[in-house]
Design a binder for this molecule. Structure first.
Ligand SMILES: Nc1ncnc2c1ncn2[C@@H]1O[C@H](COP(=O)(O)OP(=O)(O)O)[C@@H](O)[C@H]1O
Ligand SMILES: Cc1ncc(COP(=O)(O)OP(=O)(O)O)c(N)n1
Length: 267
């Protein structure tokens, strides 16, 4: 069985962060492992408080996982501060980690800053070059590149700018577009759009986390970057179509193993 690691924050309501990642790993038939960077007090209505983990326990968690087993792929989500980013980057270099997906989590849907603004530069210089695939949403791509993104043309431009800045492959996610949910893939050579209609639901808590966890799962199974992203796009679309009206706000996605089997998602 392929082993996939998530390095991310905990979401108490279970829709985003570590919990979304482990549910995705389970649905896609891989073995999930976790390094917790922060604990959030969060529900479908918002993020109410955050406690970051000490850098030392983050380092120890990473060391424990890599010292004990192979990691076929990993994803990085909420990393909170520059010093946490530094410790993750040096640990991943030490263990020669491969198949790294970086979801540059910055602001939750509810507007809470999950990454300190002064850490954006550290993320760009220390983590972006280590990642095989970077998956910013539109606001994150704007903060990384400094350009305003209103549609597909600017998503393409931002993807190219991020590769010029040192990223390897970039997927700019279009979940924040008004009437569209297309994403842009660029690996420095091939650029293509993954078209998708916007699903009419309010329950989209954890879409970015789930997508990056699915990409990491497929990379770990040995798919090429392009195939991993295309398969993960099918997974996220199915999960949003089957999202759940749990809670009083933005509900979580549906991670149902049988459902993915029926939908023909490739294991
Ligand atoms: N309402 C929706 N309908 C269809 N796809 C969506 C919808 N919302 C988000 N997505 C897709 O979910 C994935 C995550 O994107 P996004 O929501 O932009 O990420 P984030 O959670 O980081 O803001 C992308 O593939 C995006 O196109
Ligand atoms: C602990 C934690 N990590 C990441 C996020 C952001 O997740 P995302 O998938 O972007 O989902 P929304 O916040 O947009 O619902 C989070 N909320 N919590």
């Amino acid at each position: 069985m392929r082993k996939i690691l998530t390095i991310a924050g905990s979401d108490s309501i279970g829709g985003a962060g570590i919990q979304a990642d482990l549910k995705t790993f389970c649905a896609l038939g891989v073995y999930g492992m976790s390094v917790i960077t922060a604990v959030t007090a969060q529900n479908t209505r918002g993020v109410f408080d955050v406690r970051n983990m000490d850098e030392s326990i983050i380092k120890e968690q990473i060391d424990c996982v890599f010292d004990d087993t192979d990691v076929d792929a990993l994803k990085i989500g909420m990393v909170s501060t520059g010093s946490i980013i530094e410790v993750i980057a040096s640990s991943l270099k030490k263990w020669k980690a491969q198949n790294i997906v970086l979801d540059p989590v910055m602001i939750s849907k509810s507007g809470y800053y999950l990454l300190k603004t002064d850490a954006i530069n550290v993320l760009k210089t220390k983590l972006m070059p280590l990642a095989d695939i970077l998956t910013p949403n539109i606001p994150e791509a704007e903060l990384i590149t400094g350009i305003k993104i209103n549609g597909i043309d600017e998503m393409k431009k931002a993807a190219k700018m991020m590769v010029d800045m040192g990223a390897n492959t970039v997927v700019v996610k279009g979940g924040h577009l008004i009437n569209d949910a297309a994403d842009v893939f660029y690996d420095g050579k091939e650029l293509f759009i993954m078209p998708e209609d916007k699903i009419n639901t309010k329950n989209t808590h954890g879409t970015g986390c789930t997508y990056s966890a699915a990409i990491a799962s497929y990379l770990g199974k040995g798919f090429s970057e392009k195939e991993a992203v295309l398969n993960a796009k099918r997974y996220i679309t199915t999960a949003i179509k089957n999202s759940l009206s749990i809670g009083k706000g933005v509900g979580p996605l549906g991670h149902l193993i049988d459902l993915y089997r029926r939908a023909g998602v490739d294991y």
